[in-house]
Design a protein around this ligand. Sequence first.
Ligand SMILES: [Zn+2]
Length: 689
Amino acid sequence: MKKKKVLVTSALPYANGPIHLGHLAGAYLPADIFVRFCRLCGHDVLYVGGTDEHGVPITISADRQGITPQQVVDKWYPHIRDTFERAGISFDHFSRTSLPIHHQTSQDIFLRLHEQGLMTARTQRQLYDEQLERFLPDRYVEGTCNFCGYDQCSGDQCEKCGKPIDPLELKTPRSKLSGSTPVVRETEHLYLKLDKLQPRLEKWLSKPDKKYWKENVLNFCRGMFKDGLKERAVTRDLSWGIPVPLPGYEGKVLYVWFDATIGYISSTREWAEQQGDPELWKKYWWDQKNTRLVHFIGKDNIFFHVLMFPATLMAYGHYVLPENVPANEYLNLEGLKFSTSRNFAVWLHDYLDRFEPDPLRYYLCSNMPENRDTDFNIREFQAHNNNELADTVGNFINRTLTFINRYFDGKVPARSTLGELDRKMMVWLSKEGISDDVGMFFDTFRFRAAANVFGEFSRFCNKYFNDKAPWKSRKSDLADCATTLNICAHAAYAMSVAMFPIMPFSAVKIWKQLGLSEKWEDHPWSQDYSAKIPEGHKIGPVEVLFPKIDDEAIADQEATYKDNQQPQKEEPAKTPEIAFDDFLKLDIRVALVKDAQEVPKSKKLLKLTLDVGELGERTVCAGIKGQYAPEALVGRKVLMVANLAPRKVMGIESQGMVLAAVAGEGGSEALGLTTVDPERDLPPGTRIS
Ligand SMILES: [Zn+2]
């Protein structure tokens, strides 16, 4: 295999709270599995990350606790760094964006883009807190929603109706900081001309290698291109952040999303300085020909990693662009979203206080939200540990090594003539066996599939042990018994290397139990595993690899979030009361379907011809195409509002509306038509009240 430079990043978490399992499964575990695999393959791998220490979430945390933003990030940086380390997330360097080296790197890139004329100054109107003499970012304002009237609506998005909010349109706005009524002031900001960079981005994303990117990522970009990229503000009125390095912009900082992704570069620069070679970072970032750059992120970060950051790097020049951005969907918790604010989460540090990291890594890998949202279910986690790890993987290794200890004096016995079963196992152990099968999936970010193949291999190993029955051959054919155990020891070895990317701690334990080096450098991927252990090799002490997890321990972990499990009950949407007279204005009638046709080019609509008795014949468009075959409707009696003002729908004049059970926002999805009691023969045109 050709050795490559592989530069891997994981999204920078905000340094204002702990990491939960949703974060882990989204951007950190997949990256770590990938880098460990690449390291075993002998590639030159650099895995960088860090904490995002700027932005409104940090300043809000600080304001809430009455401390400075610096105090917030100083508290959480070591916590997050250590939690990742305990979980086995093997960053080569984990930096932070509040460091001077990051400020310099970001300002340098910002200035370069500014010099190239890629920024434009625009005046915005923004709310200003006169009492505190500061501008108020969206999230610092609340008031009454101009859509639904909710009176504690936040300035960025209404929690009640979900609509994005322009803080200038809030009724009775209040400053969340002082409670005073803000005033509108003008402020000047710089905008990155993403629209100008769109053609270059489109060209880059249309290259043939991009066809292997995840559909969710490509679809997102296609949608953005279709609408046309817009200029995007890259400065903010905040006191916490990276100062805008231009005269006239004193008191303003870079937009956190402009600087956060640059954090990958400054993390690499800090790493290079620590290696004693400050220019070493360019060996990765500036080698467009040989570096594979991969960003691991959650789906909410696609815009910044696939459009904004590459656009920035393209404009700067020299930099490598990502080879892939395998964005994950979300991991949910027992069917609901992880929620930091409601403390509805399994916190990673809390999990690690109770259990080993590997069973979690294995479960999340088997259940990774690669192409759709998946669910963390604690009983399923327990079953994975107890059935797949303890009873299958651990059991095979334990019975193999215990047998060698007991009957072969702890020395790996000789291998002689192979039978049919042995030869089958040897195929798995060859260079093209388990290595290729699992490796192909690691290399293409299909981690669930990799875990599946690994599971299949471990079941095969157990079956091999059972079918060969060495406890029998020990008495009848000692040479075959020895062959079996020799092959089992090598299978245990192959298993350990194949599992290393997913379960690194357990792989090291197996190496120790096999009496082999505990350094991963001594266990390359894709080797002839059956040739690793010499005859007579002394194995190490045997220990249980995966203890079972009992119900009590599970219930205990479950209790940490179960109390918060009830979803906040959405109050049923209230519709305004109407007067009886208003109701009487509706002319609802029984109508007989005479004809039903599909409306061409419409996904939802059927065109119905209705007999409404004394009112004559009506044409009505109804959004029920997915629910009924047109011919099945003919002859049915339905209810319709007959005095609705006619309107044009897909070029057809719809003269009324049929009543249907609906779901979705604003009744956007029809579930079924309301029909008339079939026992009564109500003629078309009968009035309903
Ligand atoms: Zn609202």
